[in-house]
Design a binder for this molecule. Structure first.
Ligand code: DC
Length: 497
């Protein structure tokens, strides 16, 4: 299979009538590499170095073409960016690649839509504004950044339209340098802030938008932008097609290759990814009914991290105490806790003598009634501490939920959140989720108020917000909104590392 044709949409420096160029003209590279979202900037020499290594690799592989699908730069400001010393090695690598005969194509992303003829002239590359169609063995492959598919993000689409309008480009080119700096700062700052607070759902690709493109005769869409790799079949039986989304190169080294007729997605490539900074621990503390458990479970699922439900450890000790006929209010339960063969499964679930402890037992009325007395015993807390800390070393990261995750167990966690909600909201949620707390709203409210008082009033590791932890009131927020906000914080934290 070979790429046989190139047909540009929105080639920089040419008139819009060129957009209608026939699909089916152009050169025909056989081996091509694709990547996006490098987010290169002066402050990240290691990122620039990895991008250069990638280009060196593409040259070694004797590629005919390299397609970079947007957000190669964190903010491109035209001529001014050409002079940034920190970017020089990468620009030099681009120049080297084109001089060696590789066709290098850059598409605009939402951070670098001011790339233009200055870059083409300096490095011998081709820059396109919107999309580029190539033909691979008779199949029409559309290359684009991908932000145009995220139509749920209405605010972003509006800004995108304004900033990328031709007339705005004319204005940008004439902005005084100081104002251009301001603009760059705003773009980078707004982009990081909005990704931190918007839900993943809002920012995700809307598949029906891709299907619409596939219905126009496109067979494969290749893009980036959303930072999660995906390779799926979409569309109907009549006009099916394929969507290939590369993860951001910056964090994963993700790219795609076209070799021997096969277009392959590489979701991660450790050769080009930054050295892992160690597990990212996310702590979620808060009172019962604040949404902790549901949020933690969903966040862990999305991130692929184990989940530590620390309350389940206290509940297991409470259940064993009840089974042994001990009184959690009077007896010292530390020796009991010490004697139990407590552990954690790979996913972070509590095990007793190597077996998962059934949820129905942990959440039973009897256990719920005594568990806060168990958890108030300092001896018990001491026994359970190393088990909880061991969870932080189990996977690429950890989501840990409880009462003292940020204050005692993981004070160094990268993301620390304290969830809360109004008491009546918490009681309603608890009633819906967990009949173990009581049968009526007023029973549940009383049980929660008692437990809150005991958990916050106890001497050892009381429920409290850690210094610097982010407080989030979930009373008016949906699960999706809270999870979206937290996953944004995790993305930010991993980027800062
Ligand atoms: O989150 P939960 O309802 O399963 O917690 C059960 C009890 O354990 C609750 O009274 C608070 C206590 N607990 C604690 O003291 N420290 C933790 N890290 C987790 C739970």
């Amino acid at each position: 299979m070979s790429i046989t044709h190139l047909s540009p949409r929105g080639k920089v420096g040419i008139d819009d009538s060129d957009r209608s160029r026939e699909f089916g003209r152009g050169s025909s590279p056989r081996r091509a590499w694709f990547a996006s979202d490098f987010h290169l900037h002066e402050g990240d020499p290691a990122g620039v170095e990895r991008a250069c290594q990638f280009i060196a690799h593409v040259r070694e592989q004797r590629a005919d073409a390299l397609f970079l699908l947007g957000d190669v730069f964190r903010a491109w400001l035209g001529k001014q960016s050409l002079e940034e010393a920190g970017l020089a090695p990468f620009l030099e690598a681009l120049r080297g690649a084109t001089q060696s005969g590789i066709r290098v194509v850059l598409l605009h992303g939402n951070h670098d839509f001011l790339m233009g003829s200055e870059l083409e002239e300096a490095c011998g590359v081709e820059v396109y504004r919107e999309t580029l169609d190539i033909s691979v063995h008779g199949q029409r492959v559309r290359l684009m950044h991908g932000d145009a598919f995220c139509t749920r993000d209405v605010g972003f689409q509006r800004l995108h339209k304004i900033l990328r309008a031709k007339v705005m480009r004319w204005m940008f080119a004439r902005l005084p340098r100081r104002l251009l700096d301001n603009l760059a700062h705003r773009l980078v700052h707004d982009a990081t802030r909005t990704t931190g607070t918007k839900s993943q759902m809002t920012m995700a690709i809307v598949d029906s938008e891709v299907v619409e493109v596939l219905h126009t005769g496109v067979d494969v869409v290749v893009c980036g932008h959303v930072h999660e790799a995906r390779d799926v079949s979409l569309g109907t039986a009549l006009s099916g097609g394929r969507l290939v989304v590369m993860a951001d190169f910056e964090r994963t080294g993700s790219h795609a290759t076209l070799e021997e007729g096969r277009l392959l997605l590489h979701p991660v490539d450790a050769r080009f990814a930054p050295a892992t900074p160690g597990p990212i621990v996310v702590t979620i503390d808060g009172p019962a009914g604040s949404g902790k458990s549901s949020v933690a479970r969903e966040l862990a699922r999305r991130l692929g991290f184990p989940l530590l439900d620390s309350g389940a450890l206290y509940r297991t000790v409470a259940a064993q105490a009840l089974a042994a006929g001990l009184d959690p209010g009077a007896d010292d339960l530390a020796p009991l806790a010490q004697s139990l063969e407590l552990g954690l499964s790979e996913g972070g679930q509590v095990t007793l003598a190597g077996e998962l402890v059934p949820d129905s037992l942990l959440r039973s009325v009897g256990v719920s009634a005594v568990v806060s007395k168990v958890s108030a015993q300092p001896g018990v807390r001491e026994v359970l501490l190393p088990i909880q800390r061991s969870a932080g070393r189990m996977g690429p990261g950890l989501v840990a939920e409880g009462r003292d995750m940020a204050t005692i167990v993981f004070p160094e966690a990268a993301v620390r959140v304290f969830l809360d909600a109004r008491p009546e909201v918490r009681a309603q949620r608890r009633l819906a989720q967990n009949p173990g707390e009581g049968a009526t709203l007023s029973e549940v409210s009383t049980a929660l108020a008692d437990r809150d008082a005991r958990d916050s009033g106890r001497l050892h590791a009381p429920l409290a917000r850690a210094e610097g932890a982010t407080l989030l009131d979930t009373s008016e927020l949906s699960l999706e909104q809270v999870v979206g906000r937290l996953s944004g914080m995790v993305r930010e934290a991993s980027r800062l590392d």
